[in-house]
Write a new protein. Structure first.
Length: 252
């Protein structure tokens, strides 16, 4: 799913207060691992309790049941993601003299946040599984975090290019860019295998970052407002933003 820092904040500010905070946090961390590994239907309360090193009765005591624990795990991830994404949304909405360059900078911050590898892989596995199931856990994580960034990005790109934020073509472009970025986390092994790499070192990450930036600039900013006939009027990425020209110069 995402790389959003180390896991320590999950065990502190984003979980639960009071004397039972550590127990509840440990249970949620265990739930993320177990549900991600075997899915909701495959997980048993015994497995969840054993992984968290608590009595089985702790699940109904602290959460009410297996489903409530599952959704609490999703909420914990959503809360943490939102805490990292909201600053990007705020930055995106800040007035800028050069909107195109401004959008480019924020999108690349989002890419670095998503494509990193600092937090537990179990978080990614949990998200991928609930995304496949399109269940309530997925909706909690997606709509409380990523969807908010997507909506803000659509609005800012629309303002920068003279398009309507309701324009379907623009929404598709944003979805393509964010989907491509997300794949560097959720489909990392596919990406590595397709490139013949075993891992991402600093140089390879830079190569990928440049490619993602080119894609984002071309898709998001390589378009103008509709012409008088109502058809979208494309323009080149270099015409859309000086940032693209700067990128070409720096990487040539």
């Amino acid at each position: 799913m995402t790389s959003i820092g180390n896991a320590a904040p999950l065990r502190t500010a984003l979980l639960f207060g009071g004397q039972s905070r550590d127990t509840r946090a440990r249970m949620i961390e265990a739930a993320i691992e177990v549900f991600g590994s075997v899915g909701y239907d495959g997980a048993t309360t015994r497995q969840l309790a054993e992984r968290a090193k608590v009595n089985q009765a702790a699940i109904p005591y602290h959460f009410g049941g297996k489903r409530e624990l599952y959704l609490a795990a999703a909420q914990a991830i959503a809360d943490y993601m939102r805490s990292r994404i909201e600053p990007l949304i705020d930055q995106l909405r800040t007035a800028a003299a050069d909107p195109a360059r401004h959008i480019d900078a924020v999108v690349m911050r989002f890419f670095q946040f998503i494509a990193g590898d600092e937090e537990p892989e179990a978080w990614t596995v949990f998200f991928v599984r609930c995304e496949r199931d399109a269940d309530d856990a997925f909706r909690i994580i997606y709509y409380q975090s990523v969807a908010r960034f997507q909506a803000a990005l659509i609005a800012e790109v629309a303002a920068a290019t003279g398009r309507s934020p309701d324009d379907e073509d623009l929404k598709v472009r944003v979805a393509i860019v964010l989907g491509a970025i997300s794949n560097f986390r959720t489909l990392r092994n596919v990406m590595l295998s397709s490139l013949g790499w075993d891992t991402f070192d600093a140089a390879r990450k830079r190569t990928v970052e440049i490619a993602v930036r080119r894609l984002a600039l071309a898709e998001l900013l390589g378009i103008r407002a509709e012409d008088q006939s109502g058809a979208p009027s494309p323009c080149s990425a270099t015409e859309a933003t000086p940032a693209f020209t700067d990128l070409e110069r720096r990487t040539s």
